[in-house]
Design a protein around this ligand. Structure first.
Ligand code: C5P
Length: 440
């Protein structure tokens, strides 16, 4: 293996060559920075003083996963909540805070700083920062930058519910909206101060989606309809017992989130998981494989199908109507299993086949070879193969936040490096856009 260039080992090659002579000897993987929906974009992040500032650190990570770089201004009040060192460690850049710093100004003047990014994001946007921008004040680096910028500004407000609902904050918000400032949030919920209502800063993934939208990533899949499945299915044995698997749904949810961020009209059919629907996604919850098939069929037609669900291969022949009791003579009940419908194969060969059909292959052995065979057997265009056996420190892909996948397509095999599931989602969305554009 050499960077993005995949060569098959002789044993691998024999299997592939014998059965799949059309596959090229190697596939070229364009490198870790290719296929980001918004390549080479950057934001200037102004972090105001609020308890929500810690969420902005997570936002920086989320953006980096999407290939968006951040440079930060930390206000004096902001530095009471997060340290310049942690901001700098995450952005990989110097953090700016002082309008009258000789060294900062010599390096990059505040006017230059205000123009240095594609978008200015204020998170947390405090009542003070909103007031300063609405009134055109320029008495520190953050407010001066906001006044001097020629870029779009996106604000993620965070404040106490009474402050948010106060006449002056409402007035300032109306002025800012009229001036073309974009807003994300605030959300309603319990606040750090113990009160309840609107004022909580939007979650990092929501702000990241708003940033992508503002940067134009949302256009990539505009007009495209996508159907994504995620999570396990549960096959009832009786009213209290079921057969299932360890799928967490995280990868499928991350893919749906990325597709929506890229502008696709996305339906997510989810088995039972403890995740909330990404904003903008139409979520349908199901329990069994048969219900998942019916929900998928009802959601068609779609341009793209991504079957990330870990559908149970078998189900008990009969689900008992009442709880199966332990018998006095301790006879163990026999459960006969029958095969579940193969949703991927049915939809891939059905009359309303999506233009691009993507399946998953979660394997513990011979990951790539099995995925190559699965692609043909199921009639999918692409198979995303991943090794779900635990690594040397006992972490499994199932339930974890990272994934290392191989994309098996008609063109060969791409080995993607280890990355977060959000990053897999973002790259897959960009890859889907590229494929559909090429096919149009
Ligand atoms: O055969 P296997 O379960 O390994 O195939 C995995 C792929 O097929 C996944 O995309 C999964 O969502 C899909 N699948 C399905 N219906 C089944 C079993 C798997 O759609 N009954």
């Amino acid at each position: 293996m050499n960077g993005g260039l995949r060569e098959y080992s002789p044993s691998n090659f024999n299997v592939l060559f014998k059965n799949y002579t059309l596959l090229p000897y190697f596939a070229i993987y364009p490198g870790p920075n290719a296929w980001f929906p918004v390549p080479n974009k950057s934001i200037l992040l102004i972090m105001g003083g609020g308890i929500a500032a810690y969420k902005s650190l997570e936002l920086v990570r989320r953006l980096a996963e999407r290939g968006i770089r951040s440079r930060a201004i930390l206000t004096k009040a902001g530095a009471q909540f997060v340290t310049p060192l942690s901001v700098s460690a995450l952005t990989g850049e110097k953090v700016y805070s002082d309008l009258f710093s000789l060294t900062d100004e010599a390096e990059m003047g505040h006017i230059q700083l205000s123009r240095s990014a594609d978008l200015v994001v204020v998170a947390p946007a405090t009542a003070d920062l909103m007031a300063k921008m609405a009134g055109g004040l320029a008495n520190d680096l953050a407010s001066t930058t906001l006044l001097a910028t020629d870029k779009k500004v996106l604000m993620a407000p965070a404040m106490n519910v009474r402050m948010w609902e106060s006449p002056s904050v409402r007035r300032n918000r109306a002025i800012l909206e009229k001036d073309g400032v974009l807003f994300v949030g605030p959300n309603e919920g319990e606040m750090a101060c113990g009160e309840f209502g609107p004022g909580r800063m939007a979650e990092p993934h929501e702000i990241a989606a708003a940033i992508e939208q503002a940067l134009g990533a949302d256009g990539l899949l505009k007009g495209v309809t996508a159907l994504v499945t995620a999570g396990p299915t549960r096959e009832p044995v009786d009213p209290v017992r079921f057969l299932a698997n360890h799928s967490s749904g995280k990868q499928g949810y991350a893919i749906a989130e990325a597709l929506v961020a890229a502008g696709a009209d996305t339906t997510l059919i989810s088995g039972p998981v403890g995740l909330t629907a990404p904003p903008g996604v139409t979520l349908k919850r199901v329990t069994t494989a048969q219900e998942m098939l019916a929900a998928c069929e009802a959601a068609l037609p779609a341009d793209v199908l991504v079957m990330a669900a870990a559908v149970a291969d078998w189900r008990p022949d009969i689900a008992a109507n009442s709880k199966i009791k332990k018998s006095v003579d301790r006879v163990v009940p026999l459960i006969k299993l029958v095969e579940n419908p193969d949703i991927l194969a049915i939809l891939a060969r059905g009359p309303r086949r999506p233009r691009l059909v993507i399946g998953f292959a979660a394997e513990t052995d011979d990951v790539v070879q099995n995925a190559v065979a699965k692609r043909t057997r199921k009639g999918a265009d692409w198979i995303i193969a991943n090794d779900v056996s635990a690594n040397e420190i006992g972490e499994s892909v199932m339930g974890g936040d990272r994934n290392r996948i191989h994309l098996v397509s008609e063109a060969g095999i791409e080995d993607w490096p280890d990355m977060t599931k959000a990053e897999v989602g973002a790259r897959l969305a960009a890859r889907i856009a590229e494929k559909l554009k090429g096919a149009a």
